[in-house]
Design a protein around this ligand. Structure first.
Ligand code: FES
Ligand code: FES
Length: 154
């Protein structure tokens, strides 16, 4: 075990875990932020998506010891205008079914709109490709991203 101070959502959080512990478990069990989900554990489903210094990362596959002083953002800390537009569009279109994958979907959709405010269907499919939804909400996800992009126009 070792003590790590993680910067999560703008706050310093002390976690006491094995250095090889995936960041996901440091966030969930160490910091008590359970919005980030465990799906596959092998970087294949996107349920555990967080930002590390603004970049999307599969937190199940990154050891906590690799984080250093990087800034971590989880679903609980999303507050950009893109994030608000995505969340509003998600509600308006009733995107989630079981909801399990949706934190990761929202994190990836927000990241996409932050770099590409007017994504095409193809852009969306490419950006969201690593986020699996076993309830197959893909059609609503795509529509909600377009809706969020429209609401951000002007
Ligand atoms: S749990 Fe991390 S990608 Fe599936
Ligand atoms: S809403 Fe159920 S897994 Fe995506």
């Amino acid at each position: 075990m070792a003590a790590f101070t993680l910067k999560i959502n703008g706050q310093a959080r002390q976690v006491d875990v094995d250095p090889n512990t995936p960041l996901l478990w440091a966030i969930r069990d160490g910091a008590g932020l359970t919005g980030t989900k465990y799906g596959c554990g092998v970087a294949q489903c996107g349920a555990c998506t967080v930002y590390v210094d603004g970049q999307t990362v599969r937190s199940c596959s990154m050891p906590v010891s690799a984080i250093g002083t990087s800034e971590i953002t989880t679903i609980e800390g999303l507050d950009s205008k893109e994030a608000k537009a995505v969340q509003a569009a998600w509600v308006a279109l009733d995107v989630p079914q079981c909801g399990y994958c949706q934190s990761g979907q929202v994190m990836s959709a927000t990241a996409l709109l932050s770099v590409n405010p007017t994504p095409t269907d193809n852009d969306i499919d490419l950006a969201m490709n690593g986020n699996i939804c076993r309830c197959a909400t893909y059609v609503r996800i795509r529509a909600a991203i377009h809706g969020a992009a429209k609401s951000l126009e002007g």
